[in-house]
Design a protein around this ligand. Structure first.
Ligand code: 5GP
Length: 202
């Protein structure tokens, strides 16, 4: 039975460890991680075409006008966007696609593509979240304050997501996400066309 792939959106406040979770998820499964475009400057060690497609503002805005993005958002003064054509192509080919994007982007994806599954990663506690952001070592005091405040308002939006996964350990979080994906694939809406084709229309 060959159906379309699942579009899985993974979001959460910065410092929740969603990057680590996505890496572990990709190591263990044959999923495809969409590479976003952004106008922010690359951090040390980041490469064009690996972490992001790093574009300048004019090029990003040109692509907005050409409707090249499934969604885009302004996060901390920079644009971030999900390239549309590659994602839709992979889904058509039956590949499961992971989008690691911010919450406003996740909600936009749901509007554009109703079957998307939105998973919100949440830290075990507010203290844990603060420590994780500080330990990343890339934040100034001001950007830490901005990220914490924005984390709190984002956590409010978790209720608009389909699932919430607490990141107590990476192993637990990845197990839970895999279970969600397996259940979603077994849902009747996902398989009824295949059942008709395979067993009933002959
Ligand atoms: P960072 O600059 O730390 O890599 O990412 C900042 C935020 O932008 C994160 O919350 C990340 O999930 C989000 N982000 C990354 N790519 C996209 C995207 O394509 N669209 C949206 N809406 N947000 C994104």
């Amino acid at each position: 039975m060959g159906s379309k792939g699942l579009l899985i959106v993974i979001s959460g406040p910065s410092g929740t460890g969603k990057g680590t979770i996505c890496k572990a998820l990709l190591n263990r499964n044959d999923f495809w991680l969409s590479i976003s475009a952004t106008t922010r400057t690359p951090r040390k060690g980041e490469q064009h075409g690996r972490e992001y497609y790093f574009l300048d503002k004019d090029e990003f805005e040109r692509r907005i006008s050409s409707k090249d993005f499934l969604e885009y958002a302004k996060v901390y003064e920079n644009y971030y966007g999900t390239p549309k054509s590659e994602v839709l192509e992979k889904l058509e080919k039956g590949k499961d696609v992971i989008l690691e994007i911010d919450i406003q982007g996740g909600l936009e994806v749901k509007k554009a593509y109703d079957e998307a599954i939105l998973i919100f990663i949440i830290p075990p506690s507010i203290d844990e979240l603060t420590n994780r952001i500080i330990n990343r070592g890339t934040e100034t005091e001001e950007s830490l304050r901005i990220r914490l405040n924005s984390a709190k308002s984002e956590i409010k939006c978790s209720k608009k997501y389909n699932y919430v996964v607490v990141n107590d350990t990476v192993e637990n979080a990845v197990n839970k996400i895999e279970s969600i994906i397996i259940s979603e694939k077994c849902k009747i809406d996902k398989v009824k066309e295949d059942i008709d084709n395979e067993f009933l229309n002959n």
